[in-house]
Write a protein that binds this ligand. Structure first.
Ligand SMILES: Nc1ncnc2c1ncn2[C@@H]1O[C@H](COP(=O)(O)OP(=O)(O)OP(=O)(O)O)[C@@H](O)[C@H]1O
Ligand SMILES: [Mg+2]
Length: 260
């Protein structure tokens, strides 16, 4: 067991206020975390720190044994798989699905003048098949449905065989069938013995895939709870974080929540 992400006293100050306030958190290579918390709690900001996209205002972030601030961030980012709506917005609509996945090898979003080896192309095609996207290989990214686009983003994150995978609301806006299909594939991926450490932000406990091990609840920039799923995804912890009287239940590794 080795740590892939280590935050110590991390604060992010914007506009005079702390978006993250002295957060300390460690993710080990055999753990798959879900981050929950109200809108504006700082979840996306945490993921941006973990992706080495932003620096802490104070405190230290060590990602894959590299101290952010000292490391070559471009090199470090190729070892991290990242999927978010903000990143998806930067993908040119006319780019083919194959290229969206392939360009992850260079950590760029649009195909330009980079050269790719046959092994890169074969790998992209294999990843597309694993995520049930092979039939869409030649389609334009901008023409895909939301559900298809979400799966392409994850396939892109998987492409470089990352040591740390970060997903910001991968199931948001999906219909029931698309959500369950995504959770099925993601759960299979997370349960595999070769899976990387994963951190996934979500708003709904129903979207926690099987194979996930830990949860962190963020509230107004601070950690309200963090630990094994069974200890954190409870009526008490979530009820208090969201200020609601909640009933949270679990069956066969899936969770659901409703007001009491
Ligand atoms: N550059 C910035 N300047 C000022 N405030 C910012 C900046 N970036 C983020 N914020 C604020 O920081 C807070 C946390 O934002 P963040 O996107 O991390 O929240 P979140 O937990 O991901 O929320 P959501 O569930 O809505 O996605 C929000 O109130 C947001 O408006
Ligand atoms: Mg967010």
């Amino acid at each position: 067991m080795a740590s892939v992400l280590d935050l110590t006293g991390v604060s992010v100050i914007r506009g005079g206020g702390a978006i993250l306030d002295k957060v300390s958190w460690t993710v080990n290579d055999d753990e798959r975390w879900v981050i929950l918390g109200p809108n504006g709690a700082g979840k996306t900001t945490m993921l941006q720190i973990a992706a080495a996209l932003i620096h802490p205002t104070s405190g230290t972030a060590t990602i894959l044994d590299e101290a952010v601030g000292k490391a070559d961030l471009f090199e470090l980012r190729t070892r991290i798989g990242f999927a978010s709506t903000a990143l998806a917005r930067r993908i040119p609509a006319k780019e083919t699905v194959l290229n969206v996945v392939l360009t992850a090898a260079w950590a760029v979003t649009g195909r330009w003048n980079e050269t790719y080896d046959d092994v890169d192309i074969e790998r992209a095609q294999r990843v597309l098949a694993e995520w049930k996207l092979d039939h869409l290989e030649k389609r334009r990214f901008g023409d895909l449905s939301d559900g298809e686009q979400k799966r392409v983003q994850i396939a892109r994150a998987v492409m470089t065989d990352p040591e740390l995978m970060l997903l910001d609301e991968p199931a948001a806006s999906l219909d029931l069938g698309a959500r369950e299909e995504l959770l099925h594939i993601l759960g299979g991926y997370a349960s595999s013995p070769t899976a990387p450490a994963i951190v996934m932000v979500t708003h709904h406990v129903e979207e926690i895939p099987r194979g996930f091990t830990h949860a962190l609840v963020l509230s107004r920039g601070s950690i309200a709870a963090a630990g094994p799923l069974a200890e954190v995804i409870t009526s008490e912890v979530l009820g208090s974080a969201f200020g609601l009287d909640l009933v949270v239940e679990e069956r066969d590794g899936r969770y659901w929540a409703r007001a009491a």
